[in-house]
Structure formats: structure tokens, C-alpha cells
Ligand binder design. Structure first.
Ligand SMILES: C[S@@+](CC[C@H](N)C(=O)[O-])C[C@H]1O[C@@H](n2cnc3c(N)ncnc32)[C@H](O)[C@@H]1O
Length: 245
């Protein structure tokens, strides 16, 4: 996969792509991250990327020309009919694990990071395929959201997670929160690991994990259960959990 990121703060993106999974994925050749400074696509002496809004009001708005030029430059380097141009925006579609799974199957993403009051509307109308929000709060810029999207997408590319790590077990992959984890020691200050996890009985461990996953989702995110892939026995477990309060 190739990911192009357009930003006025390239150093923020670079600092975020140079460690852990995203770094490993680049080393393995699973992803190529290209960071573009929008300022490099300006044509005036001051390298202007933003101007006051028409109609007045507070703040600055990112100009369309350098963003279009950057995107057009990328198109000359690499483009496919599945390339997807995404703008990070608090008004966008909420970003979810499902969306990360969908994006992880694409060969090419272009992520546009806004700043200031946001981006000239013509970018949204004529360049962007979709807008993604990482939550109902407003950040200063799109760089952290772009890194969030990048990290969650890259770890889903087959072969990126190593050593038996599996994205399929994780929270949200089946619409549920993940079960609790324990590691050594089996007894820490008198707080013991559940016996079943020490039993070596894989079937019982799997049952316990499913039960804990359902219980945790019911307690913390009951809204997820409405859309989760549930088995008949899960429905029965949830009914019992609800009855037992
Ligand atoms: C200060 S925000 C602009 C907010 C805009 N004036 C509004 O009220 O919708 C600047 C930039 O940060 C990014 N941003 C802020 N919050 C975000 C969020 N929750 N999800 C995705 N991007 C966000 C976007 O790229 C946005 O253009």
C-alpha cells in the first residue's frame, strides 16, 4: 500500500511514522508512506497556505491551490482506480474498525490534514472522496487523526503484525470488546489469574474469553451488541448476564 499525506506540519507526521508497527510495516515493504509539505506547492514568495475567510470571521482557511497542486503531483507519480482521497475532518464520517478494514484492502490512500479553521470547501467538493472524523471533539490539525487512521489501517495489512499477533482477535473485529488479558506471575500480591487460563484446556479458555468479551461489551458498550455478529449461544449468555444484573 502507498499512503500519501498532505500536511503543513510534515515533522509531526514523520515523528509518528518512525516507530513501532508503522515503521516495521515500512521496513517489510508492506507500506510506503510519502509525506508532502503543502507549503512546497505554493507559488508565492511567502509560501502562503492559508488566508482569512470570505465573509469575515475568526481564523484562517487553507487555500485550495497548493492542496490541488500537491494532489495533482501525486497523480503523476502513482495513481490507481482504487486510489482514495480522504480528508480528516471533525464533520466527517466517524472512523471505525470496519472502515480501517475497508481501507486496508486498498492500494493507495491520500490523506489531507486540515489546520486552522479548516479547508476551502472546494477541496471537499472537487478533490476529496470521503471525510473521516476520529471522534466528536476538535483537534488543532489533521496530523494526529491521519496518524490514527494510518496506524489502525497498516496493522491490518496481512503480514504486518508478526509473532502470532492477530487483528482478528481484537476489540471491534467482531463487533465486541476484547476479553481481559493476564500474564506472569499467576499470583501478583494475592490477585490471582483465573484458573481456567492456567488449565491448558483450549476449549474452556475460548469459552471463558467469549463470555468475558460479551460481559465487557454489555457493561461498557451495550450499543455495540446491536450490530455485533452474535451466535445463538451468545444471545443466551447476554440474556443471563442481564438477568443477573
Ligand atoms: C481546528 S480544526 C477545524 C474545525 C472546523 N472549524 C469545524 O468546526 O468543523 C482543524 C483541522 O483539524 C482536523 N481535525 C480536527 N478535529 C478532528 C477530528 N475529530 N477528526 C478528524 N480531523 C480533525 C481537520 O483536518 C480540521 O480541518
Amino acid at each position: 500500500m502507498r499512503v500519501d499525506i498532505l500536511t503543513v506540519f510534515p515533522e509531526v507526521i514523520r515523528s509518528g511514522v518512525d516507530y513501532s508497527i508503522v515503521k516495521r510495516a515500512q521496513e517489510k515493504g508492506a507500506v510506503t508512506v510519502c509525506v508532502h509539505n503543502i507549503r512546497d506547492f505554493t507559488e508565492d514568495k511567502h509560501r502562503t497556505t492559508d488566508e482569512p475567510p470570505y465573509g469575515g470571521g475568526a481564523g484562517m482557511v487553507m487555500k485550495p491551490e497548493p492542496i490541488f497542486r500537491a494532489a495533482e503531483q501525486i497523480k503523476t507519480e502513482y495513481w490507481t482506480d482504487q486510489s482514495r482521497v480522504i480528508m480528516l475532518c471533525p464533520q466527517g464520517e466517524p472512523f471505525t474498525q470496519r472502515k480501517a478494514e475497508e481501507l486496508s484492502m486498498l492500494p493507495h490512500l491520500v490523506l489531507i490534514c486540515g489546520h486552522y479553521e479548516g479547508v476551502d470547501e472546494r477541496v471537499r467538493e472537487h478533490l476529496v472522496d470521503e471525510e473521516l472524523s476520529i471522534g466528536d471533539y476538535v483537534l488543532t490539525g489533521g496530523e494526529l487523526p491521519a496518524l490514527v487512521v494510518l496506524d489502525s489501517v497498516v496493522r491490518l495489512i496481512p503480514g504486518v503484525l508478526g509473532g502470532g499477533e492477530s487483528p482478528l482477535d481484537e476489540s471491534f473485529s467482531e463487533g465486541l470488546l476484547e476479553y481481559p488479558h493476564y500474564t506472569r506471575p499467576a499470583d501478583f500480591r494475592g490477585w490471582k489469574v483465573p484458573d481456567v487460563l492456567l488449565s491448558g484446556h483450549h476449549g474452556e479458555v475460548a469459552k471463558w474469553r467469549r463470555f468475558e468479551s460479551l460481559k465487557r461489551t454489555l457493561n461498557r458498550r451495550p450499543d455495540l451488541l446491536e450490530k455485533a455478529d452474535l451466535l445463538d449461544e451468545d444471545e443466551a449468555t447476554i440474556k443471563k448476564l442481564k438477568e443477573s444484573g
